[in-house]
Design a protein around this ligand. Structure first.
Ligand code: AMP
Length: 557
């Protein structure tokens, strides 16, 4: 079995630790595509994926993705090559995902809303050679964009599309491998899979980052599949599970909870889009048993269409923000069990155990997903544990938590404790319920804004703002928002007349920055408030804007 030559850019799990995870029955010995194949053979006739643009059984998905993989090989793509995924929740997205994995290629999980600034940086950092985009996305031509990116970054030589017309530029996933006999395609895939080391990189996820620019997270075959299987087991899933997913699939939660989770046990993914008016009817018609709702979709339960969905629902998993009591009670009224998920692209998940008491389900995110998860809550900046009930930084390690960011040796030195626990940058407290120790999310240390699940790295945006000649100093902070949880507000010190919000947004658009990162409010000040050690006092700015937003809300009410 061959490993890709990473020249030290990927930090492996220590061999004895990996061996122990296998002895304990946590990690398997196969790459992800081979794990998928084993499930597909066992549950061939069951639906693997259902979307508004079609459905595929396991047998159909397995066969089609074999052909796509073989077609990628014909294009000259080689195992270990990186493929940027910039696609939304479509049937072909799932086919392409497994096709890429089957060809031994590494998907890079970028967002459909990323633009030149992000795609350029990520393409360079991961060394991507192919760019998969979707045709017909509302308001923005991703295919034309991919053409521009290809011209800009010569290494990005393959343009792949889904949903494009036959005359369109690039190679259509729909056409790949179609002339091949399924048996021949399978033979090509099997030969590639036999060479993949299960502890090698399977997927690159992007991190919102704790400091500086966003980082790349290498997820490895065995640990990533284990993450998904453990998630499925936590909710008691099996082949009868119909799991609804409506947030972006090509994201860590999408892949682990939406796709690999149900597929690890032969269940179905009912893949909708984030638009509730389209999603709820599809989920209800498919008699979904389980659904994950991010903060941006908490309001779904108040819609009349949700009642119909509730008829088949067993479990709602809530994630991203504190659970409001009325939401929790509404689900109880509908007879639907709700629990919580706290998770990150870097690995660690906490989930509510199925037998947790009501209070714990409402107020905590539960406990580590795996019996082998280890965590400590430390006083920030130290290695001193805080007492249960006190707030500190969550630091963790375990069978699906990264050992290092990709190609980031310097950053990695500060990202882990001396005992190898990953410093999450999240503030939590431990709440005890009898012998159980559950986590409650209390805030964060990291300088990130969580806009409805999309993370905005404040420092990244500040650097871009400072490229405007009339901006002297910039501090981007979170401001509370009822629907999205947080939006970003920029405190700015300027030269001359203050720029308007559209001026600043146009500046960032000109730099090719994804729209969700543009500040949605500006506050012009003469001077940045400083802390005792001379850093910008962001806590104070955050508190100030939170009060201001609340006062404005009251005045309007
Ligand atoms: P991502 O890697 O994009 O999935 O983001 C992970 C981060 O999202 C975590 O480190 C937390 O800061 C935040 N997060 C995830 N789940 C929750 C939750 N249930 N409540 C509050 N914040 C969360």
């Amino acid at each position: 079995m061959g490993r890709i030559e990473w020249s030290g850019r990927v930090v492996p799990f220590p061999q004895d630790v990996a061996a122990a995870y296998r002895t304990e029955g946590l990690w398997g010995t196969l790459p992800i595509a081979a794990e998928f194949r084993a499930v597909a053979e066992k549950h061939a006739a069951r639906n693997a994926v259902v979307t508004s643009d079609g459905r595929l059984t396991y047998a159909e998905l397995d066969e089609w993705s074999d052909q796509v993989a073989a077609g990628m090989v014909e294009l000259g793509l080689e195992p270990g090559d990186r493929v940027l995924f910039q696609v939304t929740n479509r049937l072909l997205t799932v086919v392409a995902w497994y096709g890429v994995l089957k060809a031994g290629l590494i998907p890079v999980c970028t967002l459909a809303v990323h633009r030149a600034h992000e795609i350029g940086t990520i393409a360079e950092r991961t060394g991507a050679v192919a760019h998969l985009v979707e045709s017909g996305t509302r308001g923005f031509d991703l295919v034309a964009f991919a053409e521009e990116q290809r011209a800009e970054h010569p290494r990005l030589r393959h343009l792949l599309t889904i949903g494009a017309s036959p005359e369109s530029t690039g190679t259509r996933i729909e056409d790949l491998g179609q002339h091949l006999h399924p048996d021949d395609a399978r033979e090509i895939v099997d030969a590639i899979q036999a060479e993949i080391d299960p502890d090698d990189v399977a997927v690159f996820q992007l991190s919102g980052g704790t400091t500086g620019v966003p980082k790349v997270i290498p997820r490895l075959h065995a640990e990533y599949w284990y993450n998904a299987r453990a998630y499925a087991e936590a909710w008691g899933w099996d082949e009868t599970t119909r799991n609804g997913h409506l947030i972006p699939l090509i994201h860590n939660a999408g892949i682990v909870c939406g796709l690999h989770g149900p597929h690890s046990v032969g269940g179905s993914l009912i893949l909708a889009t984030p638009d509730l008016s389209e999603a709820l009817p599809l989920l209800a018609a498919s008699r979904v048993t389980d659904v994950l709702l991010g903060h941006g979709h908490y309001n779904a339960v108040r819609l009349p269409e949700f009642d119909q969905l509730a008829a088949s629902l067993r479990t709602v998993v809530l994630s991203g923000a504190k659970v409001p009591l009325p939401l929790f009670e509404r689900l109880e009224e509908l007879g639907v069990w709700s629990g919580q998920l706290f998770g990150m692209g870097e690995g660690f998940f906490a989930v509510t155990p199925l037998d947790a008491p009501r209070e714990a389900r409402l107020t905590t995110v539960g406990a580590g997903l795996s019996p082998a998860d280890a965590f400590e809550v430390l006083t920030p900046g130290t290695e001193e544990p805080v007492a249960d009930g006190e707030v500190g930084e969550l630091c963790c390690a375990g069978p699906y938590t990264l050992r290092g960011y990709f190609d980031a040796a310097d950053h990695n030195r500060g990202a882990f404790t001396s005992t190898g626990l990953y410093r999450t940058g999240d503030l939590v407290s431990v709440q005890t319920f009898g012998a159980d120790r559950f986590l409650s999310v209390e805030g964060r240390l990291k300088d990130v804004i969580n806009r409805g699940g999309e993370k905005i790295n404040a420092e990244e945006v500040e650097v871009l703002l400072l490229r405007h000649p009339d901006i002297i100093n910039a501090a981007v902070v979170a401001m509370p928002d009822e629907r999205l949880g947080e939006r970003s507000c920029a405190y700015l010190v300027g030269r001359g007349d203050p720029l308007s919000l559209p001026d600043v947004q146009r500046h960032l658009e000109g730099l090719g920055v994804a729209k969700f990162k543009w500040p949605e409010r500006l506050e012009w000040i003469d001077e940045m408030p400083k802390t005792a050690v001379g850093k910008i006092d962001k806590k104070r700015l955050h508190a100030q804007i939170a009060t201001r937003v609340e006062d404005e809300r009251r005045a309007l009410a």
